[in-house]
Design a protein around this ligand. Structure first.
Ligand code: NAP
Length: 202
């Protein structure tokens, strides 16, 4: 399979890319990292990425940001960071990418545990994660040519513990192998419209 991984050099992305590279032809995209340059907040950039790569069998997005801050300090513009990046960035990957996926291909998006179990300071991040879950369920009913779509929602991953542990009191970090398996299930399995939750007793 030819698999495009947006964010394939990130904390989660590099483990997922390393895994898929053993069996598949992997193309990595990012703003400053990878084989192809793309900024998912810019739909023209997404369109030109697909024009340059041509057809692929799977698109995996492990990128997207949202602002973390106290709700009473968040401006409208602060909310638009997550809406433009993690939410519409991933929606636009599907909008443009559907023309560039081979029949039977798949999209795999990324969200996170905040959709179901928010922690302090995450009104924006939790909100966009929940919106992506609803988007995936709805758009899976409409994609054509056997194209599937799923979303991997994992808890705090082991490789990010040093950075985020303080924000997730009492959460058990998710082993990277388990996280990678969420992406494998989506890309190599047959399901569609699925929210693949990789949580541990939260
Ligand atoms: N870390 C966790 O514990 C965890 C748990 C659950 C869910 N998640 C979610 O999973 C995703 C990846 O997390 P991570 O911890 O692996 O993040 P990370 O280490 O910051 O990596 C993010 C990757 O995405 C790329 N990227 C960021 N913004 C982009 C944009 N606008 N356009 C294109 N590429 C972009 C970055 O490359 P460039 O800088 O080159 O663009 C980088 O390769 C995030 O959405 C995060 O919320 C993370």
């Amino acid at each position: 399979m030819k698999i495009m991984i947006i964010g394939g050099k990130g904390t989660i992305g590099k483990k997922v890319s390393d895994h898929f590279s053993k069996k598949h032809d992997v193309l990595i995209a990012g703003r400053q990292s990878g084989d192809i340059s793309v900024d998912i907040t810019d739909s023209l950039s997404i369109e030109s990425m697909f024009k340059s790569t041509g057809h692929v069998d799977a698109v995996v997005c492990i990128a997207g940001e949202a602002k973390w801050a106290a709700f009473d300090s968040m401006t409208e513009e602060d909310f638009y960071i997550g809406l433009r990046s993690k939410l519409m960035g991933q929606v636009n990957l599907v909008r443009f990418g559907q023309k560039y996926l081979n029949a039977g291909g798949s999209f795999t998006l990324s969200t996170g545990i905040l959709a179901d179990h928010p922690v302090d300071l995450t009104t924006s991040a939790a909100m966009v994660n929940g919106a992506i879950h609803s988007f995936v369920k709805a758009v899976s009913l409409e994609l054509k040519n056997g194209i599937r779509i799923n979303v991997v929602s994992s808890g705090l991953v082991e490789d990010a513990v040093d950075k985020y542990e303080a924000y997730f009191p009492g959460h058990n970090p998710i082993p990277m192998k388990k996280v990678v398996n969420g992406y494998v299930k989506s890309v190599e399995g047959k399901s569609t419209g699925e929210i693949i939750r990789m949580y541990d007793n939260c």
